[in-house]
Design a protein around this ligand. Structure first.
Ligand code: NDP
Length: 283
């Protein structure tokens, strides 16, 4: 029995590299169907975590969960081929999807029951977000409402539900996706900017509330990242952003995911905003 015990743990240590660092943990990712959120879900899933993917569109939620499972199977096959077996996961039940319109408080309260599906949540990533670009004098009431309720109120309500789970665990990590626009503003994006600035203030206060229970809260403020959200920007605007980006390239979802992986494991960091913009905001 003793020999077996050591064998298991040696295997765990040996393979506790990237593909085991979240073994036995649960990550809930809003906006996890595509773009930045899906890249983050992939990172957590390949790190061994069970993922809860939250999105608005049911088909995209299903596809995202299926893709995470596919990734899992491919990883398992590669591991088997390399004789690097894993420590036994039930690959078909590792990830779940929740369809929820985060602009609706009622839908979030209904979805909150499913947040407890795995009995715990170790990481919450609030990545769901929308943007409508328009000058303040032209912006419609419905647009103001949709942006603030999805980007800010949605993240607050999800955090409130998940914080209750994390408080019981005495452990947790919340990463909220803001934007450099929330820090520095941008003409035509005043409402989006307000929602993203709100996320930063909210996160700092929450970090103060939850720190004594070993729950960290941090923010990532990305610059321009190549996703569906930015695909519709005019090429002139893209060129302007590129010319101001010190690292002379457009950001990739992987750039944000790397920063998130740092914050997920940086156990002495809380209440901080990490700018991931290739130097755009200091140029
Ligand atoms: P995408 O447009 O690619 O993806 C948006 C995600 O949010 C999707 O998963 C979508 O789900 C989800 N979502 C949108 N509205 C709702 C809603 N009402 N309820 C539930 N889910 C919703 O965006 P990005 O990946 O580019 O952006 C991710 C986050 O990063 C956002 O908060 C954004 O503001 C922020 N950000 C992005 C930057 C960029 O340059 N791309 C720069 C700075 C910040 P579904 O697929 O189901 O619709």
């Amino acid at each position: 029995k003793k020999i077996y015990y050591y064998r298991v743990n040696l295997r765990k240590c040996f393979y506790a590299t990237d593909h085991q660092k979240f073994y036995g943990e649960v990550a809930l990712i809003t906006g996890g169907t595509r773009g930045i959120g899906f890249e983050l879900a992939k990172k957590f899933a390949t790190g061994g975590a069970n993922c809860i993917v939250v999105g608005k569109n049911s088909e995209r939620v299903n596809v995202a969960v299926l893709n995470l499972m596919k990734l899992e199977r491919e990883k398992k096959n590669n591991a088997d081929n390399n004789k690097k077996g894993e420590i036994g996961h039930d690959h078909d039940n590792r990830h779940i999807g929740i369809v929820c319109d985060l602009s609706s408080g009622i839908e979030i309260e209904k979805a909150a029951k499913a947040f407890k599906h795995f009995g715990r949540v170790d990481y919450l990533i609030n990545a769901a977000g929308i943007s409508h670009d328009s000058l303040l004098i032209q912006v419609k009431d419905s647009e103001i409402d949709e942006i603030i309720s999805t980007n800010l109120v949605g993240a607050i309500l999800v955090s409130r539900n998940v914080a209750k789970i994390m408080l019981r665990q005495n452990k947790g990590c919340i990463i909220n996706i803001s934007s450099v626009i929330g820090l520095y503003g941008n003409s035509g994006q005043s409402i989006y900017s307000a929602s993203k600035a709100g996320i930063i203030g909210f996160s700092k206060s929450l970090a103060k509330e939850l720190a004594r229970k070993n729950i960290r809260v941090n923010v990532i403020a990305p610059g321009y990242i190549d996703t569906e959200m930015t695909s519709g920007l005019p090429s002139k605007t893209k060129d302007e952003i590129l010319s101001k980006t010190l690292l002379n390239r457009i950001g990739d979802v992987k750039d944000v995911a790397h920063a998130a992986m740092y914050l997920a494991t940086a156990n002495f960091v809380t209440g901080q905003t990490l700018i991931v913009d290739g130097g755009l905001s200091i140029s």
